[in-house]
Unconditional design. Structure first.
Ligand code: CMC
Length: 427
């Protein structure tokens, strides 16, 4: 017999709630019948104790610092795989055979150009627009251009939309950057790998040959892998909620990008670099840490809702950080040295250790991206680029779930009770 939990009110047993077991992770109490049988809701703002869905894609154990994509530890994927292979894995549930991989890489390379008219969209933005503002708009606009893949009940349409998103988001991301610096857009190059092509679209000049640095391309590919998915985080939940109404995948991904933009989520690596600029010098660290303790500001790049131990992505990113800085001869870069000093101090300070606040992936990814030459305002765009596959995998999983319903949370109403309208001259 499976476990259940009894709900008792005023010593009276109201309902027996089943307890469900996953393949990994804590059991969950299935409260779906609670309102119908007991006339009550649960309250859990911020989803601190609530599983919003069933999923087979990604597993995290925050206490042990584990992250698995479809059962594979992130460390193994970061070491032995590449981003497009990880994309295939996240979407399809299994690693591809050689033939499947070649075919997938071919499809993604051949979908990387965008409709020429889409490039005109950029002219509507001010040059100083934040690239994430452009991303939200332009990715959302894909639904106006690719109307032949919007039938979400058709598996073939869903597949084409997914391929298009993975292929075109890097092109749009690079266009955001090129537009902001007044440089011409670079067409994608099918002979290059996914990360090499992104570097080419970002940094090549049409007047010269561009050869991506393999160490930098590898580091970028690793950043993409580490950010590819992270189960039911805020932006993924946003995509699922948007998609639950039947909205098209391009619109849903645009909603995920909007959510990711916030500094508590994808904006954190940008916030880390701004924080380092603000601190300026090692001599100011102590005062900054005091400010954190007085709650004047947070130590950006530290802490995580789920990881209450080291973020496993942070450990990999830390190594990549050293590799990239050594390749570029930037080991003595003052900002890097400042970051390492801050890390050292915070890791020893009881204020942080007692609250289980350790560096998260964004603490290091910002430093790597900055060293590569990617401007701070593009950091969250890179995150969005990498996370597109996670969002789209969750969206597809949700759409093909026969139990799927529109997401409609309830509330604990604490506003005024019924009252009568008073004319304006009598208020
Ligand atoms: N600096 C200083 N104190 C912090 C920090 C921080 N970065 N994060 C949490 N705390 C403290 C907080 O003040 C609270 O202390 P107390 O118990 O004394 O009131 C305690 O730690 C718990 O904080 P919380 O806000 O309840 O924790 P949360 O799980 O809601 O927040 C978080 C998670 C990521 C929003 C938060 O740690 C944070 O704001 N970090 C900085 C932003 C950041 O780096 N975000 C990137 C997350 S990784 C990328 C991703 O997966 O999206």
């Amino acid at each position: 017999m499976s476990d259940s939990v009894k709900l008792v009110k005023n010593n009276q047993e109201l309902i027996d709630l089943p307890v469900l077991q996953g393949t990994l992770g804590p059991d969950v109490i299935d409260i779906r019948t609670l309102n119908a049988k007991a006339g009550m809701f649960t309250l859990d703002p911020g989803f601190l104790s609530t599983a919003s869905c069933e999923s087979k894609i990604t597993f995290i154990d925050g206490d042990k610092g584990l992250l698995y994509y479809r059962g594979y530890p992130i460390e193994q994927l970061a070491e032995h795989s590449d981003y497009l292979e990880v994309c295939y894995l996240l979407i399809n549930g299994e690693l591809p055979t050689k033939e499947q991989k070649d075919q997938f890489v071919d499809i993604i390379s051949h979908h990387s150009m965008v409709h020429e008219q889409l490039t005109w969209f950029f002219r509507g933005f001010r040059r100083d627009a934040h690239p994430m503002a452009m991303m939200v708009g332009v990715v959302g606009a894909l639904s106006a251009f690719y109307q032949d893949s919007l039938d979400i009940t058709n598996p073939r349409h869903r597949q084409i939309a997914m391929d298009r998103l993975i292929a075109k988001v890097p092109t749009i991301a690079a266009m955001c950057y090129r537009y902001s610096i007044g440089a011409p857009f670079n067409f994608p190059q099918n002979k290059l790998s996914y990360s090499e092509n992104f570097l080419h679209m970002m940094f090549a000049s049409p007047c010269e040959e561009y050869k991506p640095n393999p160490v930098i391309a590898k580091a970028l590919d690793r950043i993409f892998i580490l950010h590819a998915d992270h189960e039911q985080n805020a932006s993924t939940s946003t995509v699922r909620l948007a998609g639950s109404s039947g909205a098209n995948p391009f619109a849903c991904i645009s909603s995920g990008i909007a959510c990711l933009w916030g500094p508590a989520h994808g904006g954190a690596n940008e916030a880390v670099l701004k924080m380092l600029d603000e601190i300026g010098d090692e001599s100011n660290i102590e005062a900054f840490i005091e400010g954190v303790k007085n709650r004047t500001h947070r130590l950006m790049g530290f802490g995580h809702r789920v990881y209450k131990n080291m973020d496993p992505r942070a450990a990999i990113m830390r190594t990549t950080c050293y590799e990239v800085l050594s390749e570029l001869g930037l080991q003595d870069d003052p900002k890097f040295k400042l970051a390492m000093k801050l890390e050292e101090i915070a890791l020893q300070d009881p204020y942080f250790t007692e609250r289980k606040l350790y560096p998260n992936v964004d603490f290091y990814s910002g430093i790597v991206l900055s060293a590569i030459g990617i401007p701070v305002s593009m950091f969250t765009v890179i995150f969005a680029l990498a996370r597109t596959v996670g969002w789209i995998s969750h969206w597809a999983e949700m759409i093909s779930d026969p139990q799927q319903k529109i997401g409609r949370p309830r509330q604990l109403y604490t506003g005024s009770k019924r009252r009568d309208f008073v004319q304006v001259d009598k208020r």
